[in-house]
Design a protein around this ligand. Structure first.
Ligand SMILES: [Zn+2]
Length: 143
């Protein structure tokens, strides 16, 4: 009965895709007794392990009151900020080059990250640029 749980072993888990308790293969363990991730043998999707007994009892008790209670994130995402800044700026976008010299508020066009706006000058040769999905430190002012 004390069969050890390890990655590669089969286990019964609730599949989040098939919405059924099915045979899964353990992909990763959290610790010796806790399964972290499993792969469904039916749809071959990898997801977090879900105790099938817990999943089924929960399903039975589905009431209108217990429906999705998604808490909306209030925090402004980088994308929102970026869009606002891009809409507000009157700067003309210029192609990003290591040899270029940029100033705060400059709009540049990066080959990989797309359009961005210079947030700050980090060093004499580094700038912090806000792109749609992330803020990156780029090199500039290099001869
Ligand atoms: Zn599945």
């Amino acid at each position: 009965m004390a069969s050890q749980l390890t990655a590669g072993k089969e286990v019964l888990s609730y599949c989040t895709k098939c919405k059924l308790a099915l045979n899964h293969v353990i992909v990763a363990m959290k610790d010796e007794k806790t399964i972290h991730k499993v792969k469904c043998k039916t749809c071959s999707s990898t997801h977090a392990y879900k105790d099938p007994s817990l999943a089924t009892t929960k399903k039975k008790r589905t009431t209108t009151a217990g429906r999705k209670k998604k808490t909306q994130t209030v925090a402004v995402s980088i994308a929102d900020l970026w869009m606002k800044k891009m809409a507000e700026t009157s700067q003309k976008s210029q192609p990003y080059k290591i040899s270029g010299k940029f100033e705060v508020g400059d709009v540049l066009d990066h080959v990989k990250f797309g359009p961005g706006i210079v947030e700050s000058i980090v060093d004499n040769d580094k700038i912090e640029v806000m792109f749609r999905h992330e803020i990156k430190t780029l090199i500039h002012n290099k001869a």
